[in-house]
Design a protein around this ligand. Structure first.
Ligand code: 5GP
Ligand code: MN
Length: 339
């Protein structure tokens, strides 16, 4: 059988570096550890290294989580660097020089804004998660329980436990096959996705309490500042899930959540429910993502950030309303029963 892009990239290689994106989410940690576990079992002659930017401790149930390195060794040179779930080179953060210095590069991803920044690129924008993309590159027979646990974690995190529109029949079929490895799915879902510390719940409550509606209730916005994080002794890993709760506010098409990275610098999360393409807005501000979930980093005060974003959100909402009105007028002219 013909070799796939991953198998071809591994030919003649002795050292491999695996990278994800800054502030790695469940899909990023899950996919990277899945490939780490798979290679450790199937290609034991390879020296595999995984660098990730401060992965959240809630993922420590995944095998080899303890082998993740959070600081690069600048003198190291790798034959091959594989990036996963990272939609552009900047998202590699402080590990970007390791990517630049590698002999060969391969990018495995599912972001529609990814233009293919590596030598070889395998990007499936329709896939629910990077774990789903990686699954397609692995030999199914050789996926162990430990690797399956990593892939399953990636899938549940990027699909919001199988509820986002990116969840396809294939996603469910893959999840089903992974379950057959004997995973404790309920525990994985509760422990890594739903469980919150007391502080995380406090921050969620605060973000919801202080959220504001705009565009006649079609958008919702909330912000967390550095001083709030300091007050609770919390970090950015404690803010997961806030944007998802904002998104399901009744009547809302678009949710915006921002948190302060540095004075006058904010990390922006955008979500939409139906017609808004938030990846376009994030890409305009130098970020990226998917149609219904995207992000970027923006400069300025909270008000500057909201004002700049809302111009783009409003423009898309108006364009959508205009198209709906034109459609209704057309239908009216033709009259019922006419094609
Ligand atoms: P989140 O809001 O959960 O941080 O990110 C939502 C989606 O947008 C994820 O798929 C994430 O990879 C992508 N994303 C978030 N921030 C950025 C960014 O600054 N740049 C790019 N290219 N993608 C981002
Ligand atoms: Mn992802």
């Amino acid at each position: 059988m013909e070799k796939n892009i991953l198998e071809r990239s591994l030919e003649g290689v002795t050292s491999v570096l695996l990278l994800g994106h800054i502030h790695p989410d469940g899909d990023c940690v899950g996919t990277c550890l899945a490939l780490y576990n798979y290679l450790a079992e199937q290609e034991p002659q390879l020296a595999v290294t995984l660098y990730l930017d401060n992965p959240a401790g809630k993922f420590s149930y995944l095998r080899y989580f303890d082998r993740i390195r959070t600081e690069a060794e600048p003198e190291m040179r790798f034959d091959l660097c594989i990036t996963m779930d990272s939609s552009d080179r900047e998202r590699l953060g402080r590990f970007e020089p390791c990517f630049a210095a590698a002999g060969r590069t391969l990018c495995i991803d599912h972001h529609r804004t990814n233009r293919g920044f590596a030598e070889k690129n395998y990007i499936l924008p329709e896939a629910s998660s990077c774990s789903e993309v990686l699954y397609g590159l692995l030999d199914e027979e050789k996926i162990s329980r430990a690797t399956a646990e990593c892939l399953y974690t990636g899938i549940i995190h990027d699909t919001g436990v199988f509820k986002f529109s990116s969840t396809s029949r294939r996603t469910m079929e893959i999840a089903g096959r992974l379950m057959e490895r004997g995973l404790d799915c309920a525990r994985i879902i509760d422990d890594s996705f739903y469980r919150k510390t007391y502080v995380q719940n406090q921050l969620l409550g605060r973000a919801l309490l202080e959220s504001v509606l705009f565009m006649d209730g079609r958008c919702v916005f909330s912000a967390i500042r550095q001083k709030d994080l300091d007050f609770y002794g919390a970090g950015s890993n404690d803010l997961d899930g806030i944007i998802d709760q904002l998104r399901i506010t009744e009547g809302v098409e678009c949710a915006v959540f921002i948190y302060e990275l540095a004075p006058d610098e904010f990390k922006v999360s955008l979500r939409s429910n139906e017609y808004l393409d938030v990846s376009r807005i994030a890409a305009y501000f130098g970020g990226g993502g998917h149609i219904h979930a995207a992000g970027c980093t923006m400069q300025g005060t909270v008000h500057d950030v909201l004002n700049n974003l809302s111009l783009h959100i409003e423009a898309q909402i108006r364009a959508h309303d205009g198209a709906c009105e034109a459609g209704a007028a057309d239908a009216g002219q033709k009259g019922p029963g006419q094609a």
